[in-house]
Design a protein around this ligand. Structure first.
Ligand code: OGA
Ligand code: MN
Length: 215
């Protein structure tokens, strides 16, 4: 494990402990970011990306979101994908040893938002008795959300920021710049993806506690 790889993660752990979220630039090497972006475009051309409106839980999200996704396989041998999983595994171990988060699994998908795409304000983890009626399923076990962006030369005027609601009054808009990853506590932060004038690519992961069958 190289010191240069551990340092940003050590900073991430401190920031998550202090604020519940962190933004890290250059999470992967530039060529890895480019490879991942190409991989998503190829999946799109191959028809492997499906509308997230009908998620794997079968719920219809209607107008809530307009992205297309493909679930990512940890067995995928693409070096850039392996590099991503390796970094995430280091992060997972640090979350457990230093923040006692007890996360065991990583659920990941790549996402493509077509021009004008958005994802309305939501939480990645629903509370019990949520009005959406989800009482079982993976979503309740999501502890930490991790969104890695793959967009070269993204400018503020392109839109497409991730708006993170810090509390009642404060929000921050985070641009989906290539190589940037945003980590935040899934149960704590409402967030939304603002519409963009460009296609927008990302790789999203959620660290989960292990799935237990309902009693
Ligand atoms: C999500 C999500 C944020 C982003 O996929 O749940 O909120 O910036 N993504 O892509
Ligand atoms: Mn989300």
């Amino acid at each position: 494990m190289l010191t240069s790889e551990v340092e940003p993660l050590a900073h991430a752990i401190e920031a998550i402990a202090a604020h519940g979220y962190v933004i890290i630039d250059d999470f992967l090497l530039p060529n890895e970011v480019t490879t991942l972006a190409e991989m998503i475009k190829n999946k799109w051309l191959d028809g492997q990306m499906v509308s997230a409106k009908t998620g794997k839980n079968g719920l219809k999200n209607q107008d809530i979101r307009s992205d297309y996704i493909a679930w990512l396989d940890e067995e995928d041998t693409t070096p850039a994908v392996q590099s991503y999983f390796r970094q995430m595994e280091m992060l997972r171990l640090m979350l457990n040893t230093q923040l006692f988060m007890n996360v065991q699994e990583l659920e990941t998908h790549v996402a493509l938002y077509p021009v004008g795409g958005r994802y309305q304000k939501h939480l990645d983890q629903f509370s019990h008795g949520s009005s959406l009626g989800i009482t079982t399923g993976n979503i309740q076990h999501r502890q930490l959300s991790a969104v890695l962006y793959l967009n070269q030369n993204w400018k503020a005027h392109h839109g497409g920021a991730l708006k993170l609601y810090l509390d009642e009054e404060n929000t921050i808009d985070i641009l989906p710049n290539a190589g940037r990853i945003v980590l935040f506590l899934s149960a704590k932060f409402w967030h939304e993806v603002l519409p963009a004038s460009r296609e927008r690519l990302s790789l999203t992961g959620w660290f989960r506690t292990r799935h237990h069958l309902p009693l």
